[in-house]
Design a protein around this ligand. Structure first.
Ligand code: HPA
Length: 278
């Protein structure tokens, strides 16, 4: 039977045929952050629809393109547009883009998302470095690692302690400090979506220790850790979560806040990549 890793190798071969340099850094752009892709230099852009086995994204603010080029001189692969659990995909498929990045040579993953702020001290537009996550889908039996025994060399029982690399978090902090930008830190909670939470659910998520809530990222990080990639997660507060003062929960409002935050996200990404040890 063909595994997700086998399919990722096939996908990577098709991509590699179109580029001259293997990327070592992967970037996944969340809702409304597609503009960050403009920071890629000497980029080769391909539609993810041309990549074998790649699932189609059904979210209108997600472009579905892969751009391979450089940022701050380092070879990157940027995925603009991601696939979500709420689109109805089976859990294993949610990690497929990360397996493709790994097959291309990516060993450092920077993943970004839009999130609702649960922490009342946060404001829309704030960027939060993810310290750790809570993943409801994984806790409920929908981990992206669900399935048959992984191939030799890959762990099934992946340790997620320190999943978000301390070194990369520190680098992001130093970039923000030098740019006089506020950078938040906290715990991200993944929920299934696509409906937003009820105010009662928001109170519950806050109570269990989360600072930001979103509908993505955790499956990618879990697969990245299975593949021993180093991960930096950035959440952009697109809105205050339901029931909190100032909560605006329209998808278009969320996207508009994200577009405005995109230059700051790009600044952090460029700075982190520039400071990564070679
Ligand atoms: N809840 C869940 N996911 C989100 C939100 C939210 O408030 N905002 C952006 N993604």
């Amino acid at each position: 039977m063909q595994t997700w890793s086998d399919r990722a190798v096939v996908a990577a071969q098709v991509i590699q045929a179109q580029v001259s340099r293997a990327p070592t850094i992967g970037v996944i752009l969340g809702t409304g952050l597609g503009g960050v892709a403009a920071n890629v230099e000497d980029g080769v852009t391909m539609s993810t629809a041309t990549i074998p086995h790649y699932p189609a994204s059904t979210v209108r603010s997600h472009a579905g393109v892969l751009i391979i080029g450089t940022i701050s001189g380092a070879p990157v692969a940027v995925l603009s547009g991601r696939i979500h659990s709420y689109e109805g995909y089976e859990p294993g498929l949610l990690g497929f883009p990360v397996r493709v990045l790994h097959a291309l040579g990516v060993r450092t993953l920077i993943t970004t998302n839009a999130a609702g702020a649960l922490n009342p001290e946060f404001s829309p537009g704030d960027i939060m470095v993810i310290e750790d996550h809570l993943s409801f889908p994984s806790l409920a039996g929908r981990s992206p690692l669900i399935g048959t025994e992984p191939e030799p060399g890959l762990r099934r029982f992946v340790d997620l302690t320190g999943a978000y690399a301390l070194d990369l978090r520190r680098l992001a902090e130093s970039v923000a400090l030098d740019a006089a930008m506020t950078l938040r830190q906290g715990t991200y909670v993944m929920v299934g979506g696509p409906n937003f939470e009820t105010p009662a659910e928001v109170r519950f998520l806050r109570l269990i220790g989360a600072d930001a809530v979103g509908m993505s990222t955790a499956p990618e990080v879990i697969v990245a850790r299975q593949l021993d990639m180093q991960v930096l997660g950035l959440s952009v507060m697109s809105n205050m979560a339901a029931g909190l003062p100032g909560a605006l929960l329209d998808h278009d409002d969320v996207t508009a806040v994200m577009r405005r935050a995109a230059p700051n996200v790009a600044r952090i990404i460029r700075g982190v990549i520039a400071r990564l040890p070679a």
